[in-house]
Design a protein around this ligand. Structure first.
Ligand code: URA
Length: 209
């Protein structure tokens, strides 16, 4: 489990509990997800490289440190990943954004791509893939396989909740991709929902149920 990072900051854990409650409104669920994404972004970007820059303060010249956020791409797995984006962009507002759309073929149960749009020059960029729920890991794994065809410099995967089954799947298929999550839940149910979980993240973000 060495490439799993559980972000157990008290603020993250507190907000996650509020989100899990079945009586949380669409409005508060969405707001809490945004706040959590901002908090998690601090942890996920902790090892971003810094470069020196010469600046002038009102008093003298100094060498400061800056990150090159333009090299960062946030990739949302549609549609629930979009609930994470704005909160992360609060921290790295100059990051580029890519989208991956996948659906599960009802017969083969395989992930089928219906949308894929990335910035150019992916081989010069570091990617953070976001999807609130790592459940079976099938769509996350397919998304990472597809993304690797663009040969980014690095990839991280960020979710809010992870099931042990999804972690195992991702670690087996993509052992090189670190996983960041706010919690590892108990198991999947027979419909592929995370237990105890928080329900259907997309429906709760967009109020579609
Ligand atoms: N996707 C969700 O939105 N919720 C789950 O519990 C599992 C997958």
């Amino acid at each position: 489990m060495s490439n799993i990072h559980v972000i157990n900051h008290p603020l993250v854990q507190h907000k996650l509990t509020l989100m899990r409650r079945k009586d949380a409104s669409t409005n508060s669920f969405r707001r809490l997800l945004g706040e959590l994404a901002t908090l998690m972004a601090y942890e996920v970007t902790r090892d971003m490289p810094l470069s020196d820059v010469e600046i002038e303060t009102p008093l003298e010249t100094m060498t400061g440190k800056v990150i090159d956020g333009k090299k960062l791409v946030l990739v949302s797995i549609l549609r629930a990943g979009n609930g994470f984006l704005d909160g992360m962009l609060n921290v790295v507002p100059v990051a580029r954004v890519g989208h991956i759309g996948l659906y599960r073929d009802p017969e083969s149960l395989q992930a089928v791509e219906y949308y894929f749009k990335m910035p150019s020059d992916m081989n010069e960029r570091d990617v953070i893939v976001v999807d609130p729920m790592l459940a079976t890991g099938n769509s996350a794994s397919a998304a990472l396989t597809r993304l690797k065809q663009t040969e980014p410099r690095s990839i991280k995967f960020v979710c809010l909740l992870a099931a042990p089954e999804g972690i195992a799947k991702l670690q087996q298929a993509h052992p090189d991709v670190p996983i960041y999550t706010a919690a590892i839940d108990r198991q999947l149910n027979s419909h592929g929902y995370i237990l105890p979980g928080l329900g259907d993240a997309g429906d709760r973000i967009f109020g579609t149920k």
